[in-house]
Design a protein around this ligand. Structure first.
Ligand SMILES: CC(C)(COP(=O)(O)OP(=O)(O)OC[C@H]1O[C@@H](n2cnc3c(N)ncnc32)[C@H](O)[C@@H]1OP(=O)(O)O)[C@@H](O)C(=O)NCCC(=O)NCCS
Length: 230
């Protein structure tokens, strides 16, 4: 019987698709888990797409806590690193971004994360993933609290934030409300904090609409190069 997920073939030096491998000894479990989660087998390119892995990435897939585990990086440069989980919920599979880190600050803000997330959303939608979850962090070296809502993630604003909103933003209940205006984004960039956030994949939903608008605005202003600045 042919394997459900094709093994990676030898790749040329410059790859257009991420190289996908299985965690040692977990290939059979991964194939079974993929069928349980998605009701069918997946191509390696679909697994890479679920992680949003760029073409120069190496993606490892395993099983973890009753779901799929996906981790990528780009050796030998290690410019970025991502860790994701797919698990089953009653409405369909959900995807969790456990970590995504573009290591060099000089590479951030130039659209690499946006390209990864666009690929991830497109694949998630095709495969019936109902939502993407993460913790949008504000810590040393973390700007997810701003970037994820900028991509369309939503999450309720805690009372301690709502109490401090200026008059023109006073009606905002959700971080996505703030992201709709320049003044809201400016305020959140300065005062925002770590929040759990969710991206619903429903085609007519607010998350998808916000992301479509943001993507269009970034495409209108060409995305930066992805090589580090000197
Ligand atoms: C989050 C991350 C993967 C996004 O990738 P990216 O390539 O930088 O994202 P983009 O270029 O698409 O930028 C998206 C938005 O984030 C903003 N942004 C990017 N880096 C930022 C930073 N260091 N501080 C504040 N905002 C930042 C951009 O300005 C842009 O918003 P704008 O259009 O309103 O100006 C990347 O910035 C990163 O790795 N950051 C450090 C680790 C981290 O925060 N990971 C998230 C875990 S919570």
């Amino acid at each position: 019987m042919p394997p459900s997920v094709a093994m990676p073939r030898a790749e040329p030096c410059i790859r257009r698709r991420a190289r996908v491998t299985f965690c040692p000894g977990e290939r059979g479990d991964v194939l079974g888990m993929v069928r349980r989660l998605f009701g069918r087998t997946l191509q390696l390119a679909e697994l890479a797409g679920l992680a949003g892995a760029p073409g120069d990435a190496e993606l490892e897939v395993g099983v973890y806590r009753g779901g799929l585990y996906l981790e990528f990086s780009d050796p030998p440069r290690h410019h970025y690193h991502g860790v994701f989980q797919v698990s089953r919920c009653p409405g369909g599979p959900i995807l969790r971004i456990d970590a995504l880190h573009i290591r060099q600050p000089a590479l951030r803000g130039r659209g690499l994360g946006l390209r990864m997330f666009a690929r991830q959303v497109a694949t998630a939608v095709r495969l019936g993933v109902t939502r993407i979850e993460t913790e949008a962090g504000r810590r040393d070296d973390e700007n997810g609290y701003y970037t994820w809502p900028r991509y369309g993630f939503h999450g309720p604003l805690p009372a301690c934030v709502r109490e401090r909103l200026p008059a023109d933003l006073a009606g905002a209940l959700d971080v996505l409300d703030l992201m709709q205006s320049d003044s809201g984004r400016r305020w959140w960039r300065e005062h925002g904090l770590t929040l759990p956030v969710v991206f619903d994949t429903h085609p007519q939903g607010r998350c998808r609409e916000s992301f479509r608008r943001y993507l269009a605005s970034r495409q209108a202003a060409p995305l930066g190069e992805t090589e580090p600045r000197p």
